[in-house]
Design a protein around this ligand. Structure first.
Ligand code: ZN
Length: 137
């Protein structure tokens, strides 16, 4: 399956090396191209009638909210000591300053992998009524 990588070279290479399975690559493609099936995108397509975040009910569920600003996601990034700018966009998640406590050569890939797990946890909570505890991330 070809996805027609249209992003910059570093986004494409990070997404391609992100994970060997197609689920992870497809998630990366959806995220970086603004097609993640968050509620604001579903509202635009008239699939849902309300875009309120299912996890916190405090904001519209955009990709940025869900993966960065929602208290569910914010606590995850805080535990990793990764500082998020208030206006960070998901397409900039690959360009976060690498914290000193994470000496990984492929930090960009790590960021995408973290987002993928946040998305899977969200789906587990919303669709399978799993616990909201994010300790299993
Ligand atoms: Zn939220």
């Amino acid at each position: 399956m070809a996805f027609g990588w249209a992003g910059s070279a570093d986004i494409s290479s990070a997404a391609k090396t992100f994970t060997p399975n197609m689920g992870g690559q497809f998630f990366a493609w959806l995220l970086l191209h603004g097609h993640l099936q968050c509620k604001t995108n579903l509202l635009q397509r008239r699939i849902v009638e309300d875009a309120t975040c299912e996890l916190c009910a405090q904001a519209e569920e955009t990709a940025e909210h869900l993966l960065v600003h929602c208290p569910f996601a914010a606590s995850f990034w805080q535990r990793l000591v990764i500082q998020m700018e208030p206006d960070v966009a998901v397409c900039n998640l690959l360009h976060l300053p690498k914290p000193e406590n994470l000496p990984m050569a492929h930090f960009d890939t790590f960021s995408l992998l973290s987002c993928w797990h946040l998305w899977k946890r969200r789906n587990g909570i919303v669709f399978r009524q799993e616990s909201e505890s994010d300790r299993v991330l």
